[in-house]
Design a protein around this ligand. Structure first.
Ligand code: GLY
Length: 308
């Protein structure tokens, strides 16, 4: 049986000790990944997740999250959720309280209100200032952009290469696996744009018989390839975690256009893990129940070589 372990994208490092404490006292992988994700969601310094995450082109913070229980294969997700502090917990409540997997937009917010989820003003002073600066750079103001009928051209001008997300994959003492992914998505996106993070199978997947995988980067790539599901399928066919991660990025490179990027973390049911990326210098992080602090490792670099 694998040691209780949590693997995360690099921006999840500071949450791992909390997750490992839950696993060490016999808590579930599901509780551990949710607790870790909540810490990052509430941290206004991570501009790619939760409160303080980058807004869409209109200055609205629309959050996406999903959680998967690899034992029951239950899953819950929310997309384009506005005004709540912990999208991951709303996603878990979708899984546990409704006969559905995913809620979006106003429906997700209505459900969050109904379950008494904690509200938050997710656009912080710092992200509002950056949004206004981006608008100024393209000759717009908050008032002018809100009046516009055409946002397509504004999104092409404003959308920046800022597409972080946080991933947590965990195995508990009973060998149960769970995974959580949460994000504010593509900075200055078109309102209503949803990425891979809340799409079970694209940006997040696990199965306690095989392992778990989750993505960061351009969700449009992972959505087209069902990257996380395919990586877990490769584990089930005997690939190592490292091999499953590298081949997922090779697949993405096959359809990627210039400037896009994708990264993946993979955890196999035996506790081994690996990660890969299209971009130099991206690390991932992990912690087991016998470690006193998290460790970070470089991801395997799988650069895009084609010029198409
Ligand atoms: N991977 C995060 C997103 O595309 O929204």
């Amino acid at each position: 049986m694998a040691l209780p372990t949590i693997v995360a994208s690099g921006n999840g490092t500071s949450a791992l000790a909390t997750g490992i404490r839950i696993l060490k006292r016999g808590g579930s992988a599901l509780d551990a990944v949710e607790a870790c994700a909540r810490l990052v969601e509430a941290d206004p310094n991570d501009k790619t997740v939760g409160r303080g995450g980058h807004p869409n082109v209109l200055g609205q913070v629309e959050l996406d999250a999903s959680i998967v229980d690899g034992t029951s294969r239950a899953a819950g997700a929310v997309a384009a959720l506005r005004g709540y502090l912990y999208p991951i917990s709303v996603a878990r409540a979708v899984m546990e309280k409704l006969p559905h997997v995913m809620l979006v937009g106003d429906g997700a917010a209505r459900f969050a209100r109904e379950i008494g989820a904690e509200r938050a003003r997710n656009l912080t002073a710092s992200t509002a200032k950056e949004w206004r600066a981006q608008l100024r750079a393209i000759g717009e103001t908050p008032a002018s952009i809100r009046k516009r009928k055409d946002l397509v051209s504004r999104v092409w001008k404003m959308a920046i290469d800022e597409l972080g997300t946080v991933n947590f994959l965990a195995i508990d003492r009973r060998g149960r696996i769970a995974s959580a992914v949460t994000t504010s998505g593509w900075a200055y996106k078109y309102p209503g744009r949803v990425g891979d993070s809340p799409i079970v199978g694209a940006g997040n997947y696990c199965d306690s018989e095989s392992g778990a995988a989750a993505c960061t980067g351009f969700g449009e790539l992972a959505m087209r390839l069902l990257t996380a599901r395919v990586a877990v399928e490769r584990l089930s066919r005997g690939a190592s975690a490292g091999r499953a991660a590298r081949s997922a990025i090779e697949d993405a490179n096959g359809i990627a256009s210039p400037g896009t990027r994708l990264s993946i973390v993979v955890l196999a049911k035996d506790g081994t893990h690996g990660a890969a990326t299209t971009r130099e210098g991206v690390r991932y992080t992990f912690m087991t129940s016998v470690m006193s602090e998290p460790a970070t490792k470089p991801r395997a670099l799988v650069p895009r070589t084609s010029t198409k």
